[in-house]
Design a protein around this ligand. Sequence first.
Ligand SMILES: Cc1cc2nc3c(=O)[nH]c(=O)nc-3n(C[C@H](O)[C@H](O)[C@H](O)COP(=O)(O)OP(=O)(O)OC[C@H]3O[C@@H](n4cnc5c(N)ncnc54)[C@H](O)[C@@H]3O)c2cc1C
Length: 384
Amino acid sequence: MASNPPFTDEHEQLRESIRGFIDRELAPHSQEWEDEQWFPDEVFGKLADQGLLGLKYPAELGGQGGDYLHDAVLIEELARIGSGGTAAGIGAHVNIATPPIWKFGTEEQRQRYLVPAIRGELIGALGITEPGAGSDVAAIGTRAERVDGGFLVNGEKTYITNGVRAHFIVTAVKTTPEGGHGGISFLIVDRGEGITSAKLDKLGWHASDTATIAYQDVFVPEQNLLGELNGGFKLIMANFQWERLAMALGAVGAMRLAWERTAQFARERTAFGRPLSGHQAIRHRLADLAASAYSARCVTYDALRRFVAGEEPLREVTMAKLLTQRACYELMDACLQIHGGAGYMRELWVERAVRDARLGPIGGGTDEIMREILGRMLESPGGG
Ligand SMILES: Cc1cc2nc3c(=O)[nH]c(=O)nc-3n(C[C@H](O)[C@H](O)[C@H](O)COP(=O)(O)OP(=O)(O)OC[C@H]3O[C@@H](n4cnc5c(N)ncnc54)[C@H](O)[C@@H]3O)c2cc1C
């Protein structure tokens, strides 16, 4: 495949090898994992054996010494698994749970958590959202009180991806209750005494363990404070950029695949004596969908290029997240429509793809919050 900037031929070779791996090792199990509402933890070990859990991390930590572009290739290709929940579980580990340890962690924390996470031996989760605080992150109520040698954590998180299986949870806590944004810190919390989690039932992403996590008098040692005390909001903001870009990349991969499959179906299925694609209404719908997938890709790659160049492209990343998630859901719905009754059946990939895509406009910051961020930028001088 010809490379498409910012990707180079080297990235395209990586893409080919990831595709081969996913088609061989993961995709054949997607139905089974969705039915079981769980994918096995061994998936992390298989990914690690291919070096895929540490593409952007340095070789000294067991990574591949690549960068965010290598991870971007992986994220796009995860759509091929055909199970949004499996991709989400892998994505939570690679895109949101381990990056803060790499970026803000001490050397000791990197050795203790990041190195085994890259080897697939420890699985991570990021716990920010709570029953009473989602979009309004500053309103979190999970308390971490200072005690001798560390902190005592009490509170509850919800909708946490990998919330049942994770060995460690990068947890947002309030260390200064009256501090608002300035009172949030992060602790790396090992699963153990005082922690209970319960899996939630949901519309899509069936193979992933989205869960509530309760913390009751959980002792967390001082050395597990991640980043600065009361400096957690900075970590959240830094993490959001890659998470949102990763979600945009996931949508780009999913849209391309869905379009290809649907176009092929439309060429093969006949109605009124000709292929569906021979009917102008369907042909034009496919043309619209191709344009939508292409524009999602252009917006996302532009944000990615800027992100990798070290700009802080808040506006472009926010736009990419906003545009791609709704577009992906709408494209999946249109693909289902083109499949007719077959599209409504559990056995066909597209029924799952629609359900899985519905999370996009909610997770990682809702569409409304993306508009709020952009709206505020437009109000400032020179904004827009
Ligand atoms: C499957 C799944 C996996 C998830 N994984 C994780 C995870 O791994 N870790 C984690 O920490 N969280 C996770 N989340 C949580 C997710 O990030 C939140 O659901 C999301 O940020 C929205 O928060 P909320 O659900 O509390 O909605 P709320 O914040 O209560 O919002 C409800 C509605 O009000 C709107 N709204 C809120 N504020 C405003 C405003 N100022 N202006 C206009 N409209 C507004 C929202 O857009 C939304 O439509 C996950 C969620 C799901 C569903």
